[in-house]
Design a protein around this ligand. Structure first.
Ligand code: CU
Length: 242
């Protein structure tokens, strides 16, 4: 995966990439940052509303400024934090210039709501309405699911975490515990952009040059409680991705 990392350690180093065949001066060993929380509106009616927007963005990955695709203008996408029993009205808006859609990976909801065959065209929105049943608590994630384009769009940066809390999370000891969210995702960066090109050679999987955690290379963290999402691009065939 990595041809070599020289002059590394805390601060930075030169990464020789195999896939993009270039040298990258990257940031390493920095304190771990986490994706922002997605804004959630809890209405008096009991409904929970949120919006996820896919768009082209300029962002920072491993200390590099790059063009990528992001959800709510970040890579990884903003974290959607919900609770068991929530009645959710989730609006997905496509500000990309290509069709896409939204898949909520791991949620037990109707395929009529989470339908990978329904495309959201550029500039359009789609409403996902569902209820989170008892027992659905855990760490999930969301990503695009347009057939034939999943790997390309996901590799370009589109993925984010869904955290569903249960009543157990209100136990004082658990509530008081320090919690961190780690999203593992590999990237290839060349010419100032996330290179998401995908070929038949990649059909059984591919690795990006940069294995990142929350968009950082080898960040540092001392922690008690971790939530982890692997949004890596290796399992790209549909039956392995979902
Ligand atoms: Cu999935």
């Amino acid at each position: 995966m990595l041809a070599g990392l020289t002059a590394g350690g805390i601060g930075g180093g030169v990464l020789l990439t195999r896939r993009s065949n270039s040298k990258l001066v990257i940031e390493t060993g920095m304190p771990l940052g986490e994706p922002p929380l997605l804004t959630v509106r809890r209405l008096e009616t009991g409904l929970v509303e949120a919006e996820i927007i896919a768009s082209k963005i300029t962002t920072r990955l491993a200390g590099l400024t790059v063009q990528a695709l992001g959800y709510n203008e970040t890579v990884p996408g903003a974290t959607l934090r919900l609770q068991e029993g929530d009645r959710v009205r989730l609006t997905f808006t496509n500000h990309l210039d290509v069709p896409t859609n939204l898949h909520t990976h791991g949620l037990h909801i109707s395929p009529e709501v989470d339908n990978p065959f329904v495309l959201v065209m550029p500039g359009e929105s789609r409403l996902h309405e569902f209820t989170l049943p008892k027992g659905s608590a855990g760490t999930r994630w969301y990503h695009p699911h347009p057939h034939g384009e999943v790997a390309t769009q996901q590799f370009a940066g589109l993925s984010g975490a869904i955290v569903i809390e249960s009543p157990l999370d209100k136990i004082p000891e658990l509530k008081a515990a320090e919690e961190h969210l780690l999203i593992f995702k590999d990237f290839t960066i060349s010419n100032g952009r996330v290179d998401a090109d995908h070929s038949l050679l990649d059909w059984f999987g591919k690795y990006g040059d940069l294995p990142l955690v929350n968009g950082a290379y080898q960040p540092q963290l001392i922690a008690q409680k971790l939530r982890c999402v692997c949004a890596c691009s290796m399992p790209v065939t549909l039956d392995r991705t979902c």
